[in-house]
Design a protein around this ligand. Structure first.
Ligand code: BGC
Length: 263
């Protein structure tokens, strides 16, 4: 569908599972050259599966291990990509982490871990990509996976909500700085999506029902729903879209408590 993505070189961080894996596979189906970043070897089988899907579809794929929270790892990720594929066109800062802890019990280490992965990781990835785009005079694209919690407060996840809220203004600020060079920077913000990480909580009937009550579309989303929007934001179909967030959330950000028409 997005024919202009063919042969484009794209990095996806956190590509070993869930939304990241789906994004990687979809770029493969568009016959892009895909760099799948992952942190943990536990995703070995999923990475192999994604690589197979990508190469069978006529794309190319390599995997690069690295922790997005470690500056040297991200520099290595971008350099390895350029060494292997000759350039970088699209950077998808997707890696993320969440864990419920009440705010008053959260250690500084727990606070910092989420900020480092979700926010600082995306900053380093964006900075490295922008430097490459400027050097090559390339109209590159950056897309960050944020969350509905870049605007909806989330009890017990203060570090996560702060990281995603920060990611929103980080993206808007960087977009404002580099739009003049044709560099497009946008966010995709998923709501409740079934992934390896969320499967367990959504299989609990009570949590599932409570979640559905917060979604006007009354269904939990799939990684594919998010990947579709990421490919759109990466392609020339969105060539005039700068510094914005597309929510992929079944309407969750639209005050679903008002659905009954009362209040
Ligand atoms: C989180 C999910 C959560 C959803 C809606 C996402 O950012 O990753 O765990 O279900 O927001 O609250």
């Amino acid at each position: 569908m997005f024919a202009d993505l063919k042969n484009k070189v794209v990095i996806i961080t956190g590509a070993g599972s869930g939304i990241g894996k789906s994004i990687a596979e979809n770029f493969g189906k568009a016959q892009a050259k895909v760099v799948l970043n992952y942190r943990s070897d536990k995703h070995h089988d999923e990475l192999n599966e994604a690589k197979e899907i990508i190469t069978n579809a006529g794309g190319e794929a390599i995997t690069v291990q690295g922790d997005v929270a470690v500056e040297e790892d991200v520099k290595n990720l971008v350099q390895t990509t350029i060494d292997h594929f000759g350039t970088l066109d699209i950077m998808i800062n997707n890696a993320g982490f969440e864990k419920a802890i009440p705010s008053h019990e959260m250690s500084l280490q727990e606070w910092q871990k989420v900020i480092d992965i979700n926010l600082t990781g995306a900053f380093i990835g964006s900075r490295e990509a922008i430097n490459h785009f400027l050097k090559e005079d390339k109209q590159g694209v950056i897309i960050n996976t944020a969350s509905v919690h870049d605007r909806i407060p989330w009890p017990n996840y203060v570090n996560y909500a702060a990281s995603k809220g920060g990611l929103k203004l980080m993206m808007e600020t960087m977009s404002m700085e580099y739009a003049q060079y044709g560099i497009r920077i946008n966010n995709v913000s998923p709501g409740a999506i079934v992934t390896e990480h969320t499967k367990e909580k959504f299989s609990d009937p009570q949590t599932r029902d409570e979640t559905l009550d917060m979604i006007p579309a009354r269904k939990i989303g799939e990684p594919q729903d998010v990947a579709n929007v990421v490919l759109f934001l990466a392609s020339d179909f969105s060539s005039y879209v700068h510094g914005t967030t597309i929510y992929v959330d079944g309407g969750m950000t639209n005050y679903p408590a008002f659905m009954g028409g009362k209040g």
